[in-house]
Design a protein around this ligand. Structure first.
Ligand code: KIV
Length: 277
């Protein structure tokens, strides 16, 4: 592994590489993918981590929450992404109720995901109550990425997607949970929608990397949902959270292309002679 200022030169990203990036102050980049071509382009672009997020439920399946997506569907999409990726570290999200029931069921389900998809690690939402699960998974060779702060699988408990850790008590709990997950063996933790000051505090206190989404600039890395950053979003849905930076307006461009195609066909401009045999 060789490093220069902001670059890490390795053949494959591993948990060790991600740790080295934190230790050397090189920011970790992570984006989501659910299909072959997106995953391939992310990998070619040089992304460090590709997450098959359970946002699959909202983004691809059109559900209101992340709860309905199944383990079978996660396995299906992770296999597709895995096929495309050569260098990036591939993480599969564990779906709602696939790891919460108990340690044994979590091991069976995480084991299935690792074995059937070839992914590099799993991600799960939750704090202290997952300590034993994480410890056992890591012990048997399954790397675990934690997820704290806003945990979309708990939407029915909290009733909203508002910022977490704004009050002292919740902020302390998030820090405590992060330290417990680190001690249990998690190799990294996603921090979602918490104040930047708390993101900074957790990042400083942990030896393992933090990857923020709406958790401010001090985290060791940043993650976004790829569809959000591309502006490939449902035009009927409300505004994006302010932590999303849109790099494109892909939905507008796609709709425009579809309308041009319709017009060209209707006016006999497509296909041309050159496009015919
Ligand atoms: O499901 C997902 O896409 C995620 C990211 C928002 C971190 O968990």
């Amino acid at each position: 592994m060789t490093t220069s200022k902001n670059i890490i030169d390795v053949k494959n990203i591993t948990t060790k590489v991600l740790q080295a990036m934190k230790d050397k102050g090189i920011k970790i980049t992570m984006l989501t993918a659910y299909d072959y071509l997106t995953a391939k382009l992310l990998d070619l672009a040089g992304i460090d981590v590709i997450l098959i997020g359970d946002s699959l439920s909202n983004v691809i399946q059109g559900n209101e929450t992340t709860l309905p997506v199944t383990l079978e569907e996660m396995i299906y999409h992770t296999k597709i992404v895995r096929r495309a990726v050569k260098k990036a570290f591939v993480v599969a999200d564990m779906t709602f109720m696939s790891y919460q029931v108990g340690v044994t069921e979590a091991i069976i389900n995480c084991g299935r995901v690792m074995k059937e998809t070839g992914c590099d690690a799993v991600k799960m939402e939750g704090g202290a109550y997952l300590a034993e699960t994480v410890r056992r998974l890591v012990e048997i060779g399954i790397p675990v990425m934690g997820h704290l702060g806003l945990m979309p699988q708990s939407i029915n408990k909290y009733g909203s997607y508002k910022t977490r850790g704004e009050d002292k008590e919740e902020a302390e709990q998030i820090l405590k949970d992060a330290l417990i997950l680190e001690k249990a063996g998690a190799f990294a933790i996603v921090l979602e929608k918490i104040p930047a000051s708390l993101g900074k505090k957790v990042t400083k206190r942990l030896k393992i990397p933090t990857i923020g989404i709406g958790a401010g600039p001090y985290c060791d890395g940043q993650v976004l949902v790829t569809h959000d950053m591309l502006g490939w979003v449902d035009p009927d849905k409300h505004a994006m959270p302010r932590f999303v930076r849109k790099y494109m307006n892909l939905s507008d461009d796609m709709k425009n292309a579809f309308q041009r195609f319709i017009k060209d066909v209707r006016t006999n401009k497509f296909p041309s002679k050159k496009e015919s045999y």
